[in-house]
Design a protein. Structure first.
Length: 281
């Protein structure tokens, strides 16, 4: 198997999120291919009823299969959307933390609920849950969605065992972490109309409130990791050269031109942002 050299592009492993599919990368993939970056798409659509640890195990097996198929033993970059970041992190930080068999240069998360999801808790809230689900049905949650029977939703709740495992494992010092988030400081309602441009978050005392520091579904506090600076991209008013405000919301992050450009920059010019193996500060 070959190691990557300075003349080779490092493979980008793409991981979609909850109730999503690899098609969310259909605008990013051509950009990567034009930059001669090999694209490996992990598809876990068939595991919607499984837990995050089970999907993480399958993710590790997928990378091993791709390495064997491509004859490649060098480092990889991993680009994840939403809960896909929790899947990748669980494999790297919990399952592979001690042996570090998996060689990863960068882990790039788009709107990740790294500290658990207030939205997942809200889905299960006896007072607000039904209203929240109704507002998001057909947009973010499927028809007939029952959070009590959704393993992934239960795993991403802040007090779940999976989130506890991730918190106690901690991030790996041999990986450069990138966290790209969007916000709505201009308080534009069209940013995410379902919540008037706001994002629900949970306070330290367990209460819920809304904020403009989020992407409509994941607030900045949920994405934060110790020692890692968030790469914040703000929604702009509609204007020439800028995507519409709604393209900055959580659902559209993988297809937002500004975010795709940022991801491509990290993949092609990582040394300009920070040295491999270091953290942003």
């Amino acid at each position: 198997m070959t190691e990557n050299t300075t003349n080779d592009r490092i493979p980008a492993v793409l991981v979609h999120g909850w109730h999503s599919h690899p098609g969310i990368w259909n605008k990013l993939t051509p950009l990567l291919e034009n930059a001669s970056i090999p694209v490996w798409k992990f598809d876990h659509t068939g595991m919607a009823a499984e837990s995050i640890p089970a999907i993480a195990e399958a993710f590790g097996e997928y990378i091993a299969t791709m390495r064997d198929r491509e004859g490649y033993s060098g480092t990889v970059d991993i680009v994840c959307h939403s809960i896909g970041t929790c899947v990748a992190r669980y494999y790297l930080e919990v399952m592979d933390k001690e042996s570090r068999r998996e060689k990863v240069r960068q882990l790039i998360g788009l709107g990740p609920p790294n500290n658990g999801s207030a939205m997942a808790d809200l889905f299960c809230d006896p007072v607000r849950g039904e209203e929240i689900i109704n507002r998001l049905t057909g947009v973010f949650v499927p028809q007939g969605f029952d959070p009590a029977n959704d393993r992934i939703v239960q795993d991403v709740r802040p007090k779940s065992q999976v989130m506890h495992d991730l918190r106690t494992a901690g991030i790996r010092p041999d990986i450069t972490y990138r966290i790209i988030v969007t916000g709505n400081p201009g308080e534009i309602p069209d940013f995410f109309p379902r919540f008037g441009g706001r994002t629900w978050e949970q306070t330290t005392d367990g209460k819920y409130r809304t904020t403009f520091d989020g992407d409509g579904l994941v607030p900045h506090g949920e994405s934060a990791l110790p020692g890692i600076t968030l790469d914040r991209i703000r929604a702009e008013e509609q204007g020439e050269g800028f995507p519409l405000p709604g393209q900055y919301c959580h659902i559209n992050l993988p297809r937002n031109p500004v975010i795709m450009d940022r991801v491509l920059r990290y993949l092609t010019q990582p040394a300009r942002e920070s040295s491999p193996g270091s953290h942003q500060s």
